[in-house]
Design a protein around this ligand. Sequence first.
Ligand code: SF4
Ligand code: SF4
Length: 317
Amino acid sequence: METKFISKDKITGLISSLEGEIFVPQKRENSFHWQKYPCAFSLEGFRTSLPPKFFFYSPQEKLIEKNIIKRAVVGIKACDLRGILFLRKVFKEGDFTDPFFRDDVFIISSDCTYIHENCFCTLLGDNPYPEKGFDLNLSEVEGGFLVEIGSRKGKILVEKKQGLFSPASPEQIEESRKRREEVKNQIKGKKIEIEKNIEPEKIADEIKKCVSCSACTNICPSCFCFLLDEQSNFEKVRFLDSCQYCGYARVAGGANPRKELDKRFIYRIKCKFEYSPERFGLRGCFACGRCISACFGGINFKDVLLKLGKGCRMCNV
Ligand code: SF4
Ligand code: SF4
């Protein structure tokens, strides 16, 4: 598929042509936050503070009638696109098909142009730029963006708005490649590979700091566990749940296989690196680092993974 170029002054023309509710990232000091368009927006930098998963399903919703307003999200970064692909597997292709999961959202993703201090995608073998799962992707170059088409919907939009685009030159494609490489090189550290037999004693000090608040799972782009509640009027409501709550695994009769903090903490890691690959064919962590920023216990998840990883911990290779 031919790569296109769109100049910066035409980007609002592209965004305004999207249908339905449109969400864009807005920069505030050193972070990015989702805002409803039209508003000032920024496609630079790294992932937003909150993940885009709530554009696809709600943290609390009545399971009565699906809201069918069209939606488009602009500026989703690579880690979050992987999170959305993961959620699609869970909600659409897994053990059940969820009619409330919105898989018709138009996605314009964009490359990371610099990283957040907690980002570690390359340490898990991923790249800080989108490779699949988008309708269109924007890679910043001098004066504008390269536009990659990733779906039929994306192709139709580009054809409809062809006056906004021109063919990308080989120089622009090379510039984009170099910029991507530079961002990749901003993430330093050794590769993370989690061993199957997790030894809790290696991370005992970190586990002790956990206060079971669930901030890590709520803010994770791929954590999806929920709780169904039947209300007094017999309406069914679905809420976010968290494996970090003490009562998460409790069953009728009061038995609880994960009452202890260390079992819950280890379960979260195994869910992401062992059970999710087994069930869905995908890892459940995309190295966005949000759980590090959000943790009330001050736990650095990347360091936890490094301590559990393969290799010699004495010489750090
Ligand atoms: S576990 Fe943490 S770093 Fe991994 S995807 Fe979830 S929030 Fe991001
Ligand atoms: S955010 Fe931190 S303190 Fe809260 S449940 Fe997760 S690991 Fe524990």
